[in-house]
Design a protein around this ligand. Sequence first.
Ligand SMILES: C[S@@+](CC[C@H](N)C(=O)[O-])C[C@H]1O[C@@H](n2cnc3c(N)ncnc32)[C@H](O)[C@@H]1O
Length: 283
Amino acid sequence: MISSQENSEINAAHYDRIYSKVNVDNILKKIKNLDHFLSDATSTDTSWVGLYKGNFKQCLKGKKVLELGCGDCTNLAVMAALGAETYGNDISQKSGDIIEKLNAKHKFKYPITFIHGDFLESQLQDNYFDIVIGKAFVHHLTNQQEDQFTELIVRYLKPTGIVRYFEPAINSKLLDELRWLTPVPGRPSKLQKVKFQKWKENDPHPERDNSSEHYRYIGEKYFKEVKITPIGTIERFCRFIPSKWNRPLRRLSYKLEKLLPYSINLYLTRSHLVEYKYPKATT
Ligand SMILES: C[S@@+](CC[C@H](N)C(=O)[O-])C[C@H]1O[C@@H](n2cnc3c(N)ncnc32)[C@H](O)[C@@H]1O
């Protein structure tokens, strides 16, 4: 099993390469047409559908929000444009470079603050944040890192604070096995043994428990309230649909999923919204 340090190094190298190609002007275009961007993304793109579910957009104004694994910083810029005081942490310094350009090119009410590197070494103020966000982030941590991160999040959150993660969920071993057998662009099938092994060496996803049950366990250890909402039971199959029909069918799939019982959605889902509320006092 990979160590937490090796995992962070693989992630930093992988995402440095990706984020050095980010065009900040594309993010600025999205926040200049914020209503249009959000109405499309939050009805079509799974991570946005999940993260912005309910009244999340409305509750950001004036809130102190920390986004872990802020990545290409699109979501940070969106939350800042919606009036939140935002802080982004990432192991990749390239995220910091993007934030510098965003702050220089756009006048946010509160300029975005970057916290570079290992979150566990951060020295932020206790009882400071209203909301901690992770968008497709936690599954990049080892289970050990996740536990340590959560302990620190609890310290940094206000007693009324909340955590909101959108993450892939693996609740059906059968569907997960089928996923690994199916090749996708950039990832060979598990059946192509040599190619698959080579791909795995640089994969920024550590072996870990990604089940909803696991997120519930961590949540209940540190928080008084935990809610898991499955998202993507039907949408997960839309990736096989040609691009012409893809976006309308994804929008339809989220509506149809709501008709299924919670237990079926939970078992078959591809991802979930994880909400933790009211941190338990730490000793
Ligand atoms: C799949 S990307 C998601 C990025 C962004 N949240 C989004 O939705 O596009 C995962 C992010 O987690 C970051 N990451 C991985 N391990 C990390 C760690 N230990 N501390 C901080 N960030 C980390 C990566 O650098 C990457 O930006």
